[in-house]
Design a binder for this molecule. Structure first.
Ligand code: TNX
Length: 527
């Protein structure tokens, strides 16, 4: 056959095209092993397929459907990837899976995943993250973060490619309540600090932040109907510093920030004890009608609301009403711990009344373990911190337990006797001890079906700034997150400590000032 000039040109053109096509798709995928990635918390199952997906400036993020919440998760992922690839990937809506890119879909069709589980599938062309709910996509995004080099967290350039190892991950939490508590009363922490704390919780798939908003030393949330609480009660802190409080607008901003990360804020107003700041703000709350002095020490158990005055319950009703209006989550925490200055009968009478008030505002009461002595509603929740007997009493009344055993999860406990910060009344808690326990077997008579979840509190008598917070919380919190999320059978300190050691670099890049425990083999992550 004789070729004309035009047909010849066409042949060359087609050849050039197919060569260009060939050269671009034939770029060899970089082999990578998903089973070697150091996840915390460890996923339920990981299957490696030995290849990889490369993230480039052209990678798009596609979200299925028009759901605002899913788009927001896509945007969050885009922001996280931005430093890595130089620009935030565009987030587009797609009716079905694209040929290449990152695809977020709610069509997991997989009831076992629940609200927070996800399936992640990585091939050379496509990353598919599928969940039942937006929360599941958000948790899956945290997994994607940990699949990328630690430099992702600081936005440094890499010499090598940004790749995700190929394979599949199937993952969902063991416990639906996985939290931490921040005591903003003994020392006050700014909105910025709380937001950073929320981000750190989110990275490890936690879903609850309990804020201890009042105590003897400070009242930290504006209550519009009782303005002296913050004006007087919020004006100091342990050691006599200037204290502070959140306006309702600031608090709403914190709640929203947490909500965007699928984290529920649980507000706590501690009562009837731990109330000196309120008793200093309003004379009428005291049985003798005399306002107390502000308190900046660290003793506990000396203060009590007057349990037989009507004004006490009017006060609590007003506070709970305003707080409930700021709280999208189901719980109001009423404290109830260490009320040594309240007679037992008065205490029980008081907690019963407070439970009624909380219920009347459409919320569920959560209280420290002493509240088990009250006539608990079946849906009330009791937080174990010290007393197995109270926890068992709560269970016998049909209540669920949040596990916060002080000997294991109190983040204000020193690591050892040389730790610069913290207390040790419950225990010294080295990183291994904080990891080696199981919530479902720690307390005889309390098993998994009685347990709503796990929470690690940080009390702040000795904690004054974000650096202090990070030093006490890390690296223990990732271990708690793993206990709360990952299946019990896969947990083993010898294996975990190696994974944690490799997370050191990641925590460095996140600028977390953590305690470099000598028990952990800190090292570079090899890929
Ligand atoms: C006990 S735990 C307390 C707090 C202290 C903490 C210090 C609990 C419910 N009450 O008031 O801050 O110990 O570790």
């Amino acid at each position: 056959m004789k070729l004309t000039n035009t047909s010849l040109a066409a042949v060359f053109f087609l050849a050039a095209l197919s060569f260009a096509h060939f050269s671009c798709t034939s770029k060899q995928p970089i082999p990578a092993d998903l089973s070697k990635v150091n996840f915390i918390p460890k996923p339920v199952s990981v299957t490696a397929t030995g290849s990889s997906f490369e993230l480039t400036a052209q990678t798009g993020i596609y979200v299925q459907g028009e759901t605002e919440e899913v788009k927001k998760v896509g945007q969050y992922l885009a922001e996280k990837l931005k430093p890595a690839i130089g620009a935030a990937p565009e987030v587009k809506t797609a009716a079905e899976a694209p040929k290449s890119g990152i695809y977020l879909t709610l069509a997991a069709n997989d009831p076992e995943l629940g609200d927070e589980g996800y399936n992640l599938t990585v091939t050379e062309d496509l990353v598919t993250l599928a969940a039942n709910q937006p929360a599941g996509l958000f948790r899956g995004v945290q997994t994607i973060r940990q699949m990328l080099p630690a430099e992702l967290e600081s936005g440094e350039k890499l010499d090598s490619a940004w790749i995700l190892a190929s394979g599949t991950i199937r993952d969902f939490p063991s416990y639906g309540f996985r939290g931490s508590m921040l005591d903003v009363s003994r020392h006050f922490f700014s909105v910025e600090d709380v937001k950073r704390y929320i981000d750190l919780l989110a990275s490890y798939k936690l879903n609850v932040l309990h804020l201890h908003l009042s105590d003897d030393q400070g009242w930290r949330i504006e209550i519009k109907s009782w303005p002296e609480l913050t004006k007087i009660g919020g004006s100091t802190e342990v050691g006599g510093g200037e204290g502070g409080f959140y306006t309702q607008e600031q608090y709403a901003d914190i709640v929203k920030y947490a909500q965007d990360r699928f984290i529920t804020i649980i507000p706590e107003i501690d009562m009837p004890g731990h109330t000196n700041a309120a008793l200093a703000s309003y004379a009428e709350l005291n049985c003798d009608g005399k306002a107390r002095e502000l308190y900046t020490g660290t003793e506990v158990g000396f203060s009590t609301l007057c349990t037989d005055k009507e004004i006490t319950y009017k006060f609590i009703d007003d506070v709970v009403k305003e707080l409930a209006a700021l709280t999208p989550g189901p719980y109001i925490h009423v404290g109830g711990d260490e009320s040594h200055a309240t007679k037992k009968d008065d205490y029980i009478f008081f907690i019963n009344k407070v439970q009624d008030i909380v219920r009347s505002h459409g919320k569920t009461m959560l209280g420290w373990d002493e509240t088990a002595q009250a006539n608990l509603d079946a849906n009330s929740v009791v937080q174990l911190w010290a007393s197995p007997d109270f926890a068992r009493m709560a269970v016998s009344k049909g209540a669920k337990i949040v596990m916060s055993p002080a000997t294991k999860v109190y983040l204000d406990m020193q690591y050892d006797s040389t730790t610069r910060l913290g207390l040790h009344w419950a225990a010294y808690i080295e990183v291994d001890s904080g990891y080696i326990w199981d919530p479902a077997t720690l307390i005889p008579g309390i098993s998994k079906e009685n347990i709503l979840g796990i929470e690690a509190p940080l009390w702040s008598e000795t904690i004054t700034n974000m650096d202090d917070i990070e030093y006490m919380v890390f690296p223990r919190l990732p271990g708690i997150a793993e206990i709360a999320w990952s299946p019990k059978d896969g947990r083993n300190w010898e294996e975990y400590k190696v994974r944690l050691g490799k997370h050191g670099q990641r925590m460095d890049k996140m600028e977390i000032g953590y305690y470099r425990s000598p028990l952990v083999p800190w090292g570079e992550e090899l890929r």
